[in-house]
Write a protein that binds this ligand. Structure first.
Ligand code: LMR
Length: 329
């Protein structure tokens, strides 16, 4: 009896202390597939730092890089069901929710970063973000990475003909498949976390990615040739679980929105810096043979890839394509 009374007393005392309520922070899990030293990896850590600071520790952000928590195949579902609160997939990977996100894969749609950033701020992008609502997902921001380049381990890729018979890894979707088909090449969709092994084992001969993703994934160890083509983009939609986000206290939401806005600015700065830095690393690292295409050689690729526009204009919509073109003018 004495023991029972002591236990009851102890329990009552603990439950009534005010500290107990204070020390329970809201946990936000932020999962992504790249390394911490990429624009996305760094901006995720910046968001964590700002969010924890601005909420005085009432929010704790746990960042899981390198597909540690979820890979390409699982992360969307995990976010919809609330097992993770924030993910940042490249927009192509949203193709299953809205095929219009494949705008980003239309060959040579954007001439430079400025055009891409203008498009991010457009109504067309707002419309794409809002299309996620019905999946219990909310788009918060768009973060850039950069333009894609081709790598492979068979031969230098200088003309469209050089692609014939090769097989490339793609992120997702039919537009990328059609792009390689237009060049006479095959393709296979492979999750980012499995791509190094697929290249190493020869499941595919090559892949396309940004300088920084190639560099931080160390593809130069298992690929021989890189062609600077800037033919497509990798950029990210920062997505939260909608019920979680709308259930937050207004002051917490405000602090997190501000943190996201600052982290987005930081992501843009880092994307430019890391793109250049990784380009230099790859060019001067002595592992890859680097090909920079002349304007005439680039024009030959543009012509060879034109059928992709004819095939996908109705899927992506003329309005969206026109908005992207306008951003580049
Ligand atoms: C890829 O799968 O190649 C990229 O989307 C990875 C990433 O998140 O940058």
């Amino acid at each position: 009896l004495v023991l029972a009374l002591a236990l009851v007393g102890c329990g009552t005392k603990t439950a009534s202390t005010s500290e107990e309520k204070e020390v329970k922070p809201i946990i936000i899990k932020f999962s992504h597939v790249v390394t911490p030293d990429t624009p996305k990896g760094k901006a995720a850590l910046k968001f964590k730092e700002l969010a924890e600071q601005k909420t005085n520790g009432r929010v704790k952000v746990e960042v899981y890089p390198s597909s540690q928590l979820y890979g390409d195949k699982e992360e969307l579902e995990a976010c919809q069901s609330g097992n993770v609160q924030i993910i940042a997939p490249s927009v192509t990977k949203l193709v299953g929710l809205n095929p219009k996100f494949q705008y980003t894969d239309l060959p040579f749609l954007f001439p430079n970063n400025e055009a891409v950033y203008k498009f991010f701020a457009s109504d067309a992008m707002k419309g794409l973000m809002n299309s996620l609502d019905k999946y219990n997902l909310q788009g918060l921001a768009v973060w850039p990475n950069g333009f894609k380049q081709f790598t492979n381990n068979k031969r230098p890729l200088i003309t469209p003909d050089d692609f014939k018979g090769l097989k490339f890894r793609t992120q997702a979707g039919k537009v990328l498949e059609a792009q390689f088909k237009a060049l006479g090449a095959g393709s296979a969709t492979i999750p980012f976390g499995e791509t190094y092994a697929a290249l190493q084992q020869g499941t595919v001969d090559g892949q396309e990615n940004t300088f920084n993703n190639i560099d931080t994934q160390k593809y130069q160890e298992i690929q021989k040739y890189l062609t600077v083509s800037n033919h497509g983009r990798i950029d990210y939609m920062i997505i939260v679980n909608k019920s979680f986000w709308s259930g937050l206290e207004p002051d917490i939401r405000k602090a997190l929105d501000e943190s996201m806005a600052e982290a987005t600015k930081f992501a843009v700065e880092q994307a430019d810096i890391l793109d250049q830095k990784s380009k230099e690393n790859l060019k001067n690292g002595g592992k890859l043979q680097f090909t920079e295409l002349t304007p005439d050689q680039l024009a030959a690729f543009q012509k060879a890839m034109q059928p992709v526009y004819d095939e996908f204009e109705s899927v992506i919509s003329k309005e969206l394509i026109d908005a992207a073109i306008k951003a580049g003018q």
